[in-house]
Design a protein around this ligand. Sequence first.
Ligand code: GLP
Length: 272
Amino acid sequence: MLEADRQEPPMEVIITNSHQASGHLVADLVCEALASRACPALGLATGSSPLPAYAELIRRHEQEGLSFANAAAFLLDEYLGLPGGHPQLYRSFIQEQFTNRVDLDEGNLFSPDPTASDIPTTCAQYEQQIQEVVGIDLLILGIGSDGHIAFNEPSSSLASRTRIKTLTQATRQDNARFFSDDLDAVPKHVITMGIGTILDARHLVMIVTGKAKANCLAQAVEGPITAMVPASALQLHPRVTVIADEAAASKLKLSDYYKQVYAGKPRLARHR
Ligand code: GLP
């Protein structure tokens, strides 16, 4: 193995055989980020893919004393138009699934404010809040089946910042499962971190599960960088870890190579 491979794979792809294993890997990376400076900042995705990781972090908090007391967390995106307290508001979702179950201070959980009367100003303030904590150390991402990250739909500028976006019909249909399969209940608009905002984070960790994500993952990792596949912008970032299950990885041309690289990594340097 080349020394360069050991130290800084530009995009590391780790293929796991269980959601539990992927949860452990992500939790290890989050622990590393939490230990990296006095007041670390995390970026948190919603959706189902990160849930095993959040469950493992809650377990480590409860059983091993892992603390988020000095940390800040930033949500990637938020729906517009849902009534306050709606369980599918991403802020409610992440509180219920993760942050209320660890010792993260609620005042340090940041999310775009969907009730703001002036959306462009609230988006600019969100960018400012990220800058005030000196940037995000580790940002957890999922991927939409159309290749979106956060809610940056295909055709989003690769340099975009936090802003309002209109969801595609495909994304609304995908997310209708969280709204009792009622497509009309899924908001049409959202506020999302931009792709440029995401690329500013120091470490990006994308979790990808299931066969339905196989095509978009292959396009994102091995296809050309294009606004039509927003996740392909991750190829521009110097430190990305993709954690995929076998089904999601099934269309990667170089999957054997990624496995070989990871297997050959010195144990202490795994996913570093
Ligand atoms: C939503 C979120 C994304 C998430 C995606 C995939 O669209 N805005 O951040 O990555 O869903 O969700 P899941 O992990 O449930 O497939």
